[in-house]
Design a protein around this ligand. Structure first.
Ligand SMILES: Nc1nc2c(ncn2[C@@H]2O[C@H](COP(=O)(O)OP(=O)(O)OP(=O)(O)O)[C@@H](O)[C@H]2O)c(=O)[nH]1
Length: 392
């Protein structure tokens, strides 16, 4: 599957930069292109300059709202991020069209952190403009939910997140949710290492995007997972995960005689990788809420058999009894078995509920505070009424 990737704000741009790196890796290791165009859009010039892999020209690192912000961001005011995106949307859309073989792309992926100003405010506006221009291609969003410490110290974090989620879910074909905090919990050394978190966020897309683009018959599975399967699966609230298990590369003499034993070892490893994928999902969910799901097994060709696919399908069916399940295999890896899992069309997400509830209960307080500020401004204007001004 080929995606045109657009990162918005600092978080979105950095994750998009990881996709650009993944595309480079796909070109060199697998001779395929998975992200033919990768763009970063920001109100902050310094953040754009700090990117590594996205092409360093104005067409790919796009500064918006320069005149309004002086190139220094919008300071977490996502309404301002939205306003700037509305004014500069054409600049972004024109840049996307510079992608080589633009019409070969299967869809768009817009990325942002939900809690900030630029990304949170602009992501739904840019998604809407893309959808209006390119109705035949799906627009997916990847949204990073804030860290726990941000929610505790800054109430704007929760409010921005709720507004961003509501807006993007009404325009994008699917919203893939990623909970930053889950990556911190996995490894404490990650706490301040955002670039490591970003590479973990992007990694589950590797096999998924490469599988359908493979041209070498040696690496084409019995059931290829192509763009059509992914488009049919991804819809509404979505989460993604992947798990790995090592498989032996050497064939020992007894392998031939103990065929059944080896098969069951492979199946066991497949289930273990699937379990890891489910427990390492980008956001904790209840799979029973999923209306659609898919799994992709990538392993050395001799490790993939009908049994393993059936067993994994049965296992996923038990976890997600209400989902339409698609599957695929990708005989590519050398010594690992990787299982990628997606749960989509999720009907009830506790985390989204939490942001909506907290924001709704915060609304009267926020409104009162805004009214008090306006009153104070009016009072001081009143006091200065009889004082002459030097301006005309
Ligand atoms: N995973 C990940 N999350 C990030 C990263 N940078 C920021 N975030 C998260 O994204 C949220 C939004 O932050 P930014 O992306 O810096 O904000 P912005 O969209 O640039 O908006 P302004 O700075 O207000 O103009 C933060 O509150 C973090 O939760 C990153 O590199 N990776």
């Amino acid at each position: 599957m080929k995606l045109i990737v657009i990162g918005l704000g600092q978080c979105g741009s950095r994750i998009a930069d990881e996709f650009a790196r993944m595309d480079k890796r796909a070109r060199s290791q697998r001779n395929v292109s998975i992200c033919p165009g990768v763009f970063a859009v920001n109100t902050d010039q310094a953040d754009l300059s700090g990117l590594v892999t996205i092409k360093p020209d104005h067409q790919h690192r796009i500064l918006i709202g320069g005149r309004k912000t002086g190139g220094h961001g919008v300071g977490k005011i996502n309404e301002l991020g939205a306003e700037i995106a509305r004014a500069d949307a054409d600049k972004v859309i024109d840049a996307l069209r510079t992608t080589k073989r633009f019409y070969d792309a299967d869809g768009f992926l817009v990325i942002a952190g939900a809690a900030g100003g630029t990304g949170s405010g602009s992501v739904s506006i840019i998604a809407q403009h893309i959808k209006e221009r390119y109705m035949d291609k799906p627009v997916y969003a990847l949204i990073a939910l804030p860290f726990e410490h941000e929610e505790k110290t800054e109430e704007r974090t929760v409010y921005n997140t709720a507004v961003c989620l509501k807006s993007i879910s009404s325009v994008a074909d699917a919203v893939i949710l990623v909970e930053n905090q889950r990556y911190v919990r996995k490894d404490f050394s990650l706490r301040y290492n955002l670039s490591k978190i970003n590479s973990l966020i992007v990694e589950p897309f590797w096999d998924l995007l490469c599988a359908g683009e493979e041209k070498n018959s040696k690496y084409i599975g019995a059931k290829t997972m192509d763009a059509g399967d992914i488009i049919q699966t991804i819809s509404g609230w979505t989460v993604i995960g992947h798990g790995k298990a090592r498989v032996r590369t050497l064939t020992l003499p007894f392998d031939k005689t103990d065929h059944f034993r080896m098969k069951s070892v492979s199946n066991y490893k497949g289930i273990r990788a699937m379990d890891e994928a489910v427990s390492e999902l980008s956001l904790k969910i209840d799979p029973r809420d999923a209306g659609r799901a898919l799994f992709l097994i990538s392993a050395p060709a001799k490790e993939i058999n009908m049994d393993i696919i059936k067993e994994q399908g049965d296992w996923l069916r038990e976890m997600a009894p209400n989902a339409i399940i698609r599957n695929g295999d990708y005989p590519r890896e050398k010594d690992t078995m990787t299982v990628t899992v997606i749960f989509s069309e999720l009907s009830d997400l506790e985390r989204v509920r939490y942001y909506y509830n907290r924001s709704t209960s915060m609304m009267p307080v926020i409104k009162q505070r805004q009214a008090d500020l306006a009153d104070r401004r009016r009072d001081i204007d009143e006091l200065s009424r009889d004082i002459p001004s030097l301006l005309e």
